[in-house]
Design a protein around this ligand. Structure first.
Ligand code: AMP
Ligand code: MN
Ligand code: ZN
Length: 775
């Protein structure tokens, strides 16, 4: 009821109403005990039911008004509610998307270049459209709605040192130096020699290399800090009650904007000396396929920092030294996305995370947003208006700096406060607090998963539309979906920018006969649609050539869900693409795959590699390993540190072993191997063994101690081929380049003409795998 309530109001009255509705709904008795108790009063029950019915009726009217499906077929109370919830979510999508279009229209110009801007940053530009005039006949400036604009934002991607890899291949962790390691990186990460004799995309080359060198495939995709996180136990002091340390007023706090490597290195040094700091990220997703992390905010107890992560994108990884240090707490609020963005853009990982959002949940606070915590603990009214601002804007306007700082400035104090409350809540028992640490750790173990296009992906989206399409319409939807995915990857734009879903629906439903008809389905017309309207027209024509069959809704739904399950299966297989490989129509386990044998001139390609539209590979172009650079120093330090730590750990282990053995020896000597020794639990394992053997093994450690280096080879990063990252090979690159005309490959796969996209040409084109270019 609470959700329905909120959505109902959100749709009609806008923000003010949403706030009061949220408040009101938060005031409703909580599900569980409280609600059940109230429910035992017939008056309350009746009231709830009549209100609920009223709301449902009202909502279904709104949905109908917007042309959304509003009927719930399932009358069962429980599943009916689920279905209703789905309906509400879908309708919200439709309505919000429509609102977006209208805002575009109000803008008069392409929304994408007109991000939310603080007032005064730029003179407002007034666009008069058919509907945004206030009253009839009043064209005067003062009566026209005003919308604020920014100047065009240049694409930050253009400046990136590493190309973005939008290829339809699984994400491989970007880490190649691992500070604070208790377990070394797999060798494939540190010595990244790519097979030179294959003209294939980098990700695939890595995989092939791995197969050849017989390394574990799982290693390459594994979370690099899995071992460290699995073995992380919460320090005693982090489970005890702190004395909350008040934050400094923002005006009195030193602020630094970091956009040079030198400053970043200095910041890293500073962070490494602390016991905790707070972190947040700002992100942009509209003009990029995978999304871009635009800012990182860091607050210590004394200072605020904002890092320009667009500028320092390729250098950010040095922060792993502080971010993966288990003795430093990193405080985030709602870190789920942040953890993924850090991996995707910078190869950064977090060891020892505390998520205040998880704390808020454990405390059962009324709401779990940062705004609410700020209000609750710091009496700060935050203005979330900028949350969705275009964070790519540079120079960053003051208002946005202020906003971004607020996101981390108070977080360490909030961290103190929630720890106190979690302990109080539980009569000073650490259980609840420990559970928050555990939940936070689970979040830091999350792995970024790249969106993978499969031949079935469109079905998942189509199902959400809850409209039954005939075969022609469904074909159009499939072709448009594939076109949009390919173009989005190629141009590095979001799919929503290339062709919003509602426009894709409209084109599929109407199947316009003329290119102009396609344009008419889109308002405003996305630039790439306008540019490629002939291509789109051919796709629609191709769909119209399908024999027309009406897809029966019931059957369709059944078969869709089967197809969907299959799609999911396939998508899951991308977590490890070698687990399942497609041979024609069958899904086969990798053991059947001939990829592992390097002498073969053809091999089957994991599903995800069928479509490799981009020439993008991530070879680091900047010379990170110039010995004169600071980074080199740092990485050397990491190397030394990890060796040192390994040594320490090994020595500690050895010591413990020796001691145990020593004791065992003493005990056995004392008792002369009498039966009663077996009662002694601690050395029970050792006592039955003959003492000769014990003597031998006790001598062993001394030997190994003399040559400790031998056991730590994997950590010596200086032995890895770091030139790979220096980008010296760029000229005679053997990387796959779909634009190269002289390759039969391109003709076959990428230039299959306007009529159909290579990767959806269907079964007939699958043979291309066996014609992979030889060298
Ligand atoms: P925050 O954690 O609140 O600082 O948000 C980080 C980033 O997440 C923002 O820069 C946005 O890109 C994105 N974001 C946050 N809230 C929303 C939202 N309600 N809708 C879409 N994107 C959001
Ligand atoms: Mn955040
Ligand atoms: Zn933020």
């Amino acid at each position: 009821v609470r959700l329905l309530f909120i959505n109902h109001f959100r749709n009609i009255y806008g923000l003010g109403a949403v706030l009061s509705a949220t408040k009101a709904s938060a005031g409703l008795p909580q599900a569980g005990d409280e609600y059940d108790f109230y429910r035992s009063f017939p008056g309350f029950q009746e009231f709830c039911e009549s209100q609920g019915d009223g709301l449902l009726h009202c909502m279904s009217q709104i949905m109908q008004h917007h042309g959304c499906r509003s009927h719930v077929r399932d009358q069962n109370k429980l599943t009916g509610l689920e279905e209703r919830f789905d309906l509400v979510v879908d309708s919200n999508d439709v309505i919000l998307e429509r609102a977006g279009i209208l805002l575009d229209e109000a803008d008069g110009v392409n929304r994408n270049q007109q991000p939310v801007m603080p007032a005064g940053f730029q003179p407002p530009k007034i666009v008069v459209s058919s509907w945004n005039r206030k009253g009839p006949g009043s064209g005067s400036r003062s009566e026209t709605f005003r919308l604020l604009h920014a100047k065009n934002v240049t694409r930050p991607q253009l400046k990136f040192k590493e190309r973005i890899d939008n290829s339809n291949t699984p994400f491989i962790p970007k880490i190649f130096i691992k500070p604070n390691a208790r377990k070394p990186l797999p060798a494939c990460k540190t010595s990244r020699e790519r097979p030179e004799d294959l003209d294939v995309p980098a990700a695939l080359a890595d995989l092939i290399h791995q197969q050849r060198t017989q390394e574990h495939v799982d290693d390459m995709f594994a979370h690099p800090y899995q071992y460290e996180l699995d073995h992380l136990s919460t320090q005693e002091k982090l489970l005890s009650k702190p004395e909350p340390q008040m934050y400094k007023p923002m005006a009195e706090t030193k602020f630094s904007f970091i956009d040079s490597l030198e400053d970043l290195v200095a910041l890293n040094e500073k962070l490494c000396k602390l016991s905790e700091f707070a972190v947040d990220l700002e992100h942009h997703s509209y003009r990029s396929f995978l999304g871009l992390t635009c800012l990182m905010q860091i607050s210590t107890r004394e200072e605020d920092f904002i890092i320009d992560t667009l500028e320092l994108r390729s250098e950010m990884y040095i922060l792993n030294e502080a971010f993966t240090d288990p003795s430093i707490v990193k405080v985030f609020h709602g870190a789920d996305s942040d953890i993924e963005w850090l991996q995707r853009d910078f190869g950064l990982y977090v060891v020892n995370l505390f998520d205040t959002h998880q704390a808020s949940r454990a405390l059962n606070l009324a709401r779990h947003s940062l705004d609410h915590l700020l209000k609750h603990f710091c009496s700060v009214d935050s203005d979330k208006r900028y949350q969705l601002a275009d964070w790519r804007i540079r120079p960053l306007p003051d208002e946005m700096v202020q906003y971004a700082r607020t996101d981390t400035h108070y977080l360490l104090y909030i961290y103190d406060c929630v720890k106190v409350q979690l302990l109080d809540f539980n009569h000073s028992q650490p259980g609840l607090l420990q559970s928050v640490w555990n939940k936070s750790k689970d979040i830091s173990l999350k792995k970024y998963v790249k969106p993978i296009y499969t031949e079935e992906s469109y079905l998942e989206l189509q199902r959400k539309q809850k409209k039954s399409l005939n075969t022609q319409q469904l074909t159009a939807f499939r072709l448009l979906f594939a076109w949009r995915d390919k173009l989005a990857r190629q141009e590095d734009e979001s799919t929503g920018f290339v062709l919003p879903t509602h426009m894709m629906n409209k084109i599929s439903e109407e199947l316009p006969k003329e290119p102009q008809g396609i344009i008419a389905c889109c308002n405003p017309v996305p630039p790439l649609v306008r540019q490629q309207v002939n291509e789109l027209h051919l796709l629609v024509q191709q769909a119209r050539e399908m024999p027309l069959l009406k897809v029966e809704t019931k059957d369709a739904q059944k078969s869709l869900s089967v197809a969907q399950m299959k799609a999911r299966q396939i998508t899951e297989s991308f977590q490890n693409p070698f687990r399942m490989v497609r041979h024609d129509q069958r899904l086969t386990l990798i053991s059947d795959c001939i990829l592992c044998t390097p002498t073969q001139s053809h091999f089957c390609v994991p599903l995800g590699f069928q479509y490799l539209p981009s020439k993008d590979v991530h070879v680091n172009k900047n010379a990170k390993f110039d010995p004169s650079s600071k980074i080199f120093e740092i990485s050397k330090r990491w190397k030394l540190q990890s060796i040192e730590q390994q040594q320490k750990e090994m020595e500690a282990k050895k010591k413990a072993k020796e001691e145990a053995k020593e004791q065992a020896r003493k005990e056995s000597a004392k008792s002369g191997g009498k039966k009663r020794e077996r009662v002694d639990g601690e050395v029970g394992e050792l006592t039955p063994k003959p003492s000769k053997k014990l003597m031998k093994s006790a001598e062993k450690p001394q030997k190994t101690e003399a040559t400790p280096q031998e056991s730590f080879k994997p950590f010596d990063y200086s032995q890895s081929d770091l030139k790979v990252f220096a980008g010296t090979k760029s000229k005679d690159s053997t990387q796959f380049d779909p634009n190269r005309q002289d390759e039969g490959f391109k003709k076959k796969v990428f230039a299959s003409g306007n009529r159909s996209m290579s990767f959806l040409a269907g079964k007939s084109d699958r043979g291309f795998r066996h014609n992979w270019p030889k060298r």
